[in-house]
Design a protein around this ligand. Structure first.
Ligand code: HEM
Length: 300
């Protein structure tokens, strides 16, 4: 009779010990004396999937770009700048009334707001505008026109909100020019251009020039009768710049030659939608940054 195989010494399955029953809410215990044993660390909160993904992403960026250093640097910079940021005029001079002409101090902000509106509506118009002087076979309400005029003076009205966008663009530009001019007048009559704000006055003069430049180049874009004759005035002025060789060069650079045509419109388009807005926004950023650092020269 075959011996029954001896039972193998199989390893005992490891049975997980039942989890310790949750302890009743511990009463606040006084911390152990410094010489005593170290207190057990508190069990940390279980990480959710989102926490883990966030941590992984953070660790990935942190190990490569040292984001925390920059964040800390930015925080220090922010606090340092804000320490320089002067307290409000009312607070500093313990005034009980607000000066009656404070609304005039919002003209700079009005200029910026109207520029932002002009930018947004201009981008929308840009989807429909065609910068072409071509008139061959182009008609609008039965009349021969340029492609540019057809796109912005005719077809735009059949686009939903097209009329509104064009009017908003036009009126925000008008308000901007008026606001910039009145803002400059306010700065002049409150003598806010004096030390230490001379540089900001000069930047402001640049802003006035670029604002008018935006208005002029935009006026030429529809390539209508008004545009054409406004362009003629500009071209004649450029050509009249002394000495004649310089005048010709200026006319060639800005208007694309000594007569108006497609080259003129292409230049106006580039200036209006690209170069001038970029320069103007950069200067506005610098201008307001300086106001932020120096504070406003409020009357007292
Ligand atoms: C796009 C055009 C401009 C924008 C968006 C703009 C914006 C601003 C803003 C928001 C302020 C703060 C105080 C206020 O609003 O009155 C300011 C202050 C100032 N701006 Fe302008 N500005 C423009 C054009 C000009 C022009 C044309 C000048 C002068 C030629 C100028 C000179 C100044 C000066 C000197 C200050 C400091 C005034 C003070 O401390 O009281 N800015 N600007």
């Amino acid at each position: 009779m075959a011996d029954a195989p001896a039972p193998e010494a199989t390893p005992k399955p490891v049975v997980p010990s039942p989890a310790a029953p949750p302890k009743p809410a511990a009463k606040p215990v006084a911390p152990p004396p410094a010489s005593g044993p170290a207190s057990p660390t508190k069990p940390s909160r279980k990480l959710t999937m989102t926490d883990k993904v966030n941590l992984q992403a953070f660790a990935w960026f942190e190990s490569r770009f040292k984001l925390r250093h920059y964040a800390q640097g930015l925080r220090n910079f922010f606090y340092r700048i804000n320490m320089q940021f002067p307290v409000s005029h009312t607070e500093r001079y313990k005034l009980r009334i607000i000066w009656y002409w404070y609304p005039l101090y919002t003209l700079g902000s009005l200029a910026l707001l109207s520029f932002v509106i002009a930018t947004i509506t201009g981008i929308i118009l840009g989807f429909y505008y065609v910068p072409s002087t071509n008139t061959i076979g182009i008609t609008c309400h039965g009349e021969t026109t340029s492609e540019a005029w057809k796109s912005i003076g005719c077809k735009i009205y059949s686009v939903p909100f097209g009329f509104m966008m064009r009017q908003l663009h036009f009126w925000s530009a008008m308000v901007m020019v008026a606001a910039v001019f009145l803002h400059m007048v306010r700065v002049f009559f409150t003598q806010a251009y004096k030390k230490p704000r001379e540089l900001n006055w000069l930047i402001g003069v640049g802003l006035l020039v670029f604002t008018l430049g935006l208005g002029y180049t935009g006026y030429l874009l529809p390539w209508s009768q008004l545009s054409y004759w406004a362009g003629t005035i500009g071209l004649k002025m450029a050509l009249a710049t002394p000495p004649p060789a310089v005048g010709d060069w200026v006319a060639g650079l800005v208007f694309g030659g000594s007569s108006l045509g497609q080259d003129t419109l292409t230049r106006m388009y580039l200036l209006h939608v690209f170069l001038l807005p970029i320069i103007t926004y950069t200067l506005i950023g610098l201008h307001i940054f300086i106001v932020w650092i120096q504070g406003i020269a409020e009357p007292h």
